[in-house]
Write a protein that binds this ligand. Sequence first.
Ligand code: UT7
Length: 349
Amino acid sequence: MPHAKIAGTGMYVPEHVVTNFDLQKYMDTSDDWIRERTGIQERRFAGRDTETTTTMAVEASKTAIERAGITPQDIDFIVFATLSPDYYFPGCGVLLQRAMKMREIGALDVRNQCSGFVYAISVADQFIRSGMYKNILVVGSEKHSFGLDFSTRGRSVSVIFGDGAGAVVLQPTEEEDRGILSTHLHSDGESAESLAMYNPGTHANHWVQQPVADFNPAEIGDMFMSHSMIDKAQNFPYMDGPAVFKKAIVKFPEVIMEALDANGLKPGDIDMLIPHQANLRIAQFVQQKLGLSDDKVYNNIQKYGNTTAASIPIALCEAWEAGKIKPADLVCLASFGSGFTWGSALLRW
Ligand code: UT7
């Protein structure tokens, strides 16, 4: 039975570098605090009027498609993961199809935040296993810089995130021990409000009852988006960082072990672990728990911050370009984030 292999990877990050020192100009924070708690030194911000989630995706996709040895007209299907779409609707998939002048192919948008890329890869793999498509473009792209609170009020969230895009082309392979071996997806909506952007939305305060920091959900009106929400800064993401951290360090190792067990493999068999770049401390905890050496885990959050759905394809592309992923290497992708959702993909390069 055919399954998917990664035939090409691409990435794009905006030119504009924003250091921790730059953020100090807008809020009460410090380079020391950000480095110590997250490992982040700098991130990239997209051009205000010149770049969108879709335009960054176009750049990453061009490289991935070229490296796969095909053209945009050969793509049969798009799976696009983002939490920061150009429009509330339609999703970025169709904008990418238009921008790259692709055929009238299907375009699916995935809304699984930090786990978006792993979910997207899994969906694409199933389409290839079923024989429905042959060249699938899978993209993760985010323009976070447009939707964050850069005052001191929003500092626990805004210092973490950055902009960028990553893409891969999946194609079928018959080689049993190559390509995507398995994918594993999970969710637990109990803590859906622990990492969320409530507005704009249709909840009319239905779900959001618990008091959170200086963001008072009880004051949220019953409108989709109102002037008062904006005045009260209720149009920004909320994150209970410590709660997310605690769950992440349990679920990351669990879902990686699930993938290894499903394939009769052990942590020592992993050649390269690419964790979602949420926080360097989380990645280091996972590394230690699995007993992996430094050269078996790829991190680049130091340079790009957390780029949510884009973080895994950017890291994958960078690791491959640096020669850190070689043919036949066992590569594990793993993610955890808002939802909560988490997942893993195990592949033989
Ligand atoms: O990719 C999506 C998934 N997200 C994650 O996995 C994130 C998981 N969580 C985390 O990475 C960490 O919880 C954070 C990095 C977000 C926060 O680190 P923390 O060690 O959990 O800090 P905290 O939220 O407990 O805050 C500690 C202190 C607070 O001050 P007090 O109350 O102790 O006086 C905060 O107000 O640090 C303060 N603080 C800051 N100080 C300087 C929060 N943000 C900042 C900041 N600069 N940017």
